[in-house]
Design a protein around this ligand. Structure first.
Ligand SMILES: [Zn+2]
Length: 475
């Protein structure tokens, strides 16, 4: 789909290089040779020699390749929704050079054979790096531990039952103890089944007025608290996935202050939208839309959507404006270290049903960077280097990856950003197989314009100046 441009050496000149892992933020050249970062700064151009392909990146930002540690690529078994080829193409378009795929597939990735299958297929069909998360329990059924040691040997980078949550606290404790023995990060989708039951949206004013079953905040807070206690008991690091509530942020903040090995991630939809969105755009904009960067006080044409739009149904659900503010604060003060998409593609026929029956989840890889830039950087909450850290060095640290850096010798995965580029989301113009994205028609500010994996340009924005240079150098 996106055949990589094979090149042995590449000189990126004149860009603002932001590499939080090395504390670098300066206009500099980056020289790539044999799929590695060979030089950054003053001697890069000298080292490159005349044979190197040159790309003038003046006015753009050059960063370590972005990592999304929470993505559903739907293989094996659900390739009508997404495949390794289409999911990684969407990742490349979104500026991601590495994604971690979740194991809640059909069958689940809970054994070394399936891990090997996905790794092999990703090697052949993927355009970006695919790392695999294995299941915590067999069949993601929450009853019996998966073979955690064999999963590690087969190459998983973490374990999680994402989409599900281990309810038995004793079993979770044992999982953490095994994970520690094998030095394997544990990630958890925090949901108390008894409390949440068959809730389909945030429990509050809007669930009552729309007549939908509520998914209370406490259903998440309780498991975050459980994970904090078990992380303390076992000394194993637990990473809490897609945090959505003010309570979770508060618990995490206090625990991290005490030194508990716990971390969290947030998704753009949770710090942009609220549960009022399910009552339709007419209700959302006057009530909570004013909290969205780029729309405050604006009288321009606003995106519109109907009430009960299933593209606003995900798990955990969109919460209240207070929760949204708490997530933004948690990201700003460092309580939440990682940004991710929870990219969850579903076919249109699955989503085009009554709200109660639609599957949870939305696509996110291609809108993630823009929304994060708008809500966090353009709003003044975070500096650009701090935002880039949440896409690079922070996820790399949690997963213990030798990635997320432009240090000399590191693999040449690079993301090139235009933080101010104006564009509009057209959800059907996606590299993903699915278009269940709620931001259709939204004006955006900022995006990735080129994605480099192992020294090869695997994607670039056709309307960017990079495109002209590449086409010229092809002649
Ligand atoms: Zn999840």
């Amino acid at each position: 789909m996106y055949p990589p441009r094979r090149m042995s050496s590449l000189l990126l000149t004149g860009g603002r290089v932001i590499d939080p892992a090395n504390g670098l933020d300066a206009v500099a050249d980056v020289y790539i040779e044999d799929a590695r970062i060979a030089a950054v700064g003053a001697n890069a151009a000298a080292q490159a020699g005349p044979q190197a392909r040159r790309l003038d990146l003046r006015g753009l930002v050059v960063c370590p390749g972005f990592i999304d540690l929470h993505v559903h690529l739907r293989e094996p078994g659900q390739s009508a929704k997404e495949s390794l080829a289409t999911g990684t193409a969407a990742a490349a378009r979104g500026g991601f050079t590495t994604v971690v795929c979740m194991p809640n597939t059909t069958p689940p990735i809970d054994n070394p054979g399936t891990v090997a299958l996905i790794r092999d297929k990703a090697q052949r069909e993927g355009v970006v790096n695919v790392l695999v998360a294995g299941a915590i329990t067999k069949g993601i059924a929450g009853e019996e531990l998966a073979p955690i040691g064999s999963l590690k040997q087969a190459g998983v980078v973490a374990i999680t039952d994402d989409g599900h949550c281990v309810q038995n606290n004793e079993l979770m404790r044992r999982a953490l103890e095994y994970a520690k023995m094998f030095d394997l990060p544990v990630m958890d989708h925090c949901q108390d089944y008894a409390l949440v039951s068959d809730g389909v949206m945030h429990e509050g004013f809007w669930s009552a007025s729309l007549g939908l079953r509520g998914w209370p905040s406490a259903g998440e807070d309780l498991i975050v608290a459980r994970n904090i206690l078990l992380a303390e008991l076992t000394g194993t690091h637990v990473h809490c996935q897609h945090l959505s509530t003010a309570g979770s942020v508060e618990l995490l903040r206090a625990a991290r202050k005490r030194g508990v090995p716990i971390s969290g991630e947030a998704c753009p939809h949770h710090f942009t939208l609220t549960d009022a969105a399910i009552a339709g755009s007419d209700k959302f904009w006057p009530l909570d839309g004013k909290g969205v960067q780029g729309f405050a006080g604006g009288d321009g044409a606003r995106p519109a959507w109907p009430v009960y739009d299933t593209n606003f149904k995900m798990n955990p659900p969109l919460r209240s404006a207070r929760d949204r503010e708490a997530i933004l604060e948690g990201l700003a003060d460092g309580t939440i270290e990682v940004l991710c998409s929870d990219h969850a593609p579903h076919c249109d026929y699955e989503k085009e049903v009554e709200f109660d029956y639609a599957p949870f989840g939305i696509t996110g890889l291609e809108t993630e960077v823009a929304i994060s830039l708008m809500q966090l950087v353009h709003s003044g909450r975070l500096s650009l280097p701090d935002l880039i850290a949440k896409f690079t060095v922070a996820p790399a640290r949690i997963l213990r990856l030798q990635k997320g850096t432009l240090g000399v010798g590191a693999g040449a995965d690079v993301t090139v950003l235009d933080p101010d580029a104006a564009w509009t989301v057209q959800r059907r113009k996606t590299a993903s197989k699915s278009w269940n994205n709620p931001f259709d028609g939204w004006p955006m500010k900022g995006r990735a314009v080129a994605t480099v994996v192992a020294g090869n340009i695997v994607w670039h924005e056709e309307t960017s100046p990079i495109s002209v240079q590449l086409h010229n150098s092809d002649r």
